[in-house]
Write a protein that binds this ligand. Structure first.
Ligand code: ZN
Length: 190
């Protein structure tokens, strides 16, 4: 088992991603019977517990890489956009400056307000793009039209499935595939 892959994708019963959880946390859900269904290519780990007298053998818990919990969803279905973070934005924009179209290292990119903050532009998925410091500095407090710096791609609000991919943590191939096939058309990650 690769230690970086030991996180489990927790879904609600309808298959909406809720969180990355630890192996131990997932095992607790299995042990308490709160897992409705599992997915992924076989167990991530098999944990051995105490000796079960009634069954005459040691209890064994298979933890799968994707688990859906029974019970009502704890996620508001209208709250579909993943929480914003710089890390996720730069991945959404594929480490590419929205103005000069060049790729950069993560540390050389900034979150750029399309409509400047001074004009009421907000810190949202739709008003931010990745930009290199040269472009960010050149555009300054202007709109793309005023600066004559048209965007080379458009911002968008990632889906909840995409949000889990954008976090940038190592993801097992089968879990990556599970999320990727659920991306909306037009996602730059698909
Ligand atoms: Zn640039």
């Amino acid at each position: 088992m690769h230690p970086h892959h030991s996180h489990v994708l927790q879904l609600d019963i309808q298959g909406t991603p809720q969180a990355w959880i630890s192996l131990e946390h997932a095992a607790l859900h299995v042990a308490t019977g709160s897992v409705a269904w599992v997915d992924g290519e076989g167990p991530l780990a098999t944990l051995r517990g105490g000796f079960n007298v009634a069954r005459g053998r040691q209890s064994v818990i298979d933890v799968h890489p994707i688990i859906a919990l029974t019970g009502a969803s704890r996620v508001n279905l209208f709250d579909v956009a993943p929480a914003f973070s710089k890390r996720k934005l730069l991945r959404r924009d594929r480490m590419t400056c929205g103005y000069c179209a060049q790729r950069f290292a993560e540390r050389d990119l900034q979150c750029e307000h399309i409509v400047p903050e001074s004009r009421g532009g907000r810190w949202t998925w739709m008003n931010l793009v990745a930009a290199c410091s040269a472009c960010n500095g050149r555009k300054a407090d202007r709109t793309p039209e005023e600066a004559r710096m048209p965007l080379v791609y458009l911002p968008y609000v990632p889906s909840r499935f995409e949000g889990f991919l954008l976090e940038g943590r190592p993801i097992r191939a089968d879990v990556h595939e599970w999320l990727a096939v659920r991306l909306p058309k037009g996602s730059r990650l698909s």
